[in-house]
Design a protein around this ligand. Structure first.
Ligand code: PLP
Length: 338
């Protein structure tokens, strides 16, 4: 099935995965495998102690028939930060890029046309694969890259998405792992997300675990907002994931002369915000319509999605990603057809 036939954000097998194994202090040469399963020891540290981290980035078809991956070196760097935090072997920039190029070139027909938020989602991950029954880092690791054609992460709704503030659950502890993309962070979010969805909400918005006064981020994405006086604001916190999308949007705002503030955003302040969005590789910018705290409506959008300034920023970002505008900051990593 070609990528263009598939919308939404669901797993599907593509032609090849790229793999390398770490043993005796080094990575084996990158290999292509047609099989999308792995045979690993029952005592692998990933299974027992959560030694596992991942990344997410996208490849976009370009008007000239090449494909461009968006800012892959930022993902390489963030993956190393994650690996360092949970004591795993690390992959350097060169090996990361080589693996991305191999994965994209060998799954070329799965890359969807660049429309409606479609792209080839690239999921690199590293996990402890050695058999270790005491709590300590593994001696063996697997580095894998799989790719999947995707569309929108959240159901595209004309009026925007809804979020529920997590009162009874935290995503990350003050000196914990919220700033890295460790698999366990996502396990912590499964139950609050399930509860929010069963109550009809699209996503969960977390507060800071220490004071519960400030907004942190959504389960899948960063919190961004536009104020009534036209500023772009986003939380400054050591316990949220440093989003590459958010970083790119901040640069785009600066290029357009929009004032940017990275600062604490009190949950009390949100009622006054003009627009709120969730941003990330998977979600793009998903505009919010309503945020609830308990039974109470904590925020309601003041702008219809069709007139949203956040959607204008998304168009600017997509223009760069899809090769429809210039790339002033060198964000596109081009891969030519195999
Ligand atoms: C918790 C969380 N926050 C933010 C993001 C957005 O990060 P990025 O823009 O680098 O995809 C993601 C997605 O990776 C995420 O899982």
């Amino acid at each position: 099935m070609s990528g263009s036939d598939k919308k939404g954000f669901h797993y599907q097998k593509t032609d090849f995965v790229v793999r390398s194994s770490w043993a005796d202090g080094e990575w084996s040469p990158l290999e292509l495998h047609g099989d999308d399963t792995l045979h690993i020891p029952l005592a692998a540290t990933a299974l027992h102690y959560g030694q596992s981290a991942f990344e997410g980035l996208k490849a976009f078809r370009q008007p000239n028939c090449s494909v461009s991956v968006f800012r892959p070196l930022e993902n390489a760097k963030r993956l190393r930060t994650s690996c360092e935090r949970i004591c795993m072997a690390q992959v350097d920039d060169q090996m990361f890029l080589e693996a991305i190029d191999l994965a994209v070139k060998n799954n070329w027909e799965h890359i969807p046309p660049a429309e409606d938020g479609s792209a080839l989602y690239i999921r690199p991950f590293i996990f402890g694969s050695g058999p270790t029954i005491g709590v300590r880092p593994s001696d063996n690791y697997e580095f894998v890259i799989m790719v999947i054609p995707v569309g929108s992460y959240y159901d595209p709704k004309s009026q925007g998405a809804t979020a529920y503030i997590a009162e009874n659950y935290d995503r990350a502890a003050p000196k914990g792992m919220g700033h890295v993309k460790a698999a366990g962070n996502y396990a912590a979010g499964l139950l609050p997300t399930k509860l929010a969805k069963s109550n009809g909400f699209d996503m969960v918005l977390y507060l800071d675990a220490k004071t519960r006064q400030n907004v942190e981020e959504f389960g899948t994405s960063n919190f961004i907002a536009l104020t009534e006086d036209g500023k772009y604001i986003t939380p400054d916190s050591g316990t949220i994931l440093p989003s590459i999308t958010n970083d790119s949007l901040i640069q785009i705002c600066k290029d357009k002369g929009i004032t940017v503030e990275r600062r604490a955003i009190s949950v009390k302040e949100i009622s006054s915000l003009k627009e709120i969005g969730a941003c990330g590789t998977a979600v793009g910018i998903t505009p919010l319509n309503e945020i609830y705290r308990g039974e109470e409506l904590a925020w309601k959008s003041k702008v219809p999605v069709a007139e949203s300034q956040l959607m204008e920023l998304l168009k600017d970002l997509q223009g760069i990603q899809r090769g429809q505008s210039t790339d002033p900051h060198g964000w596109r990593h081009n891969i030519s057809a195999p």
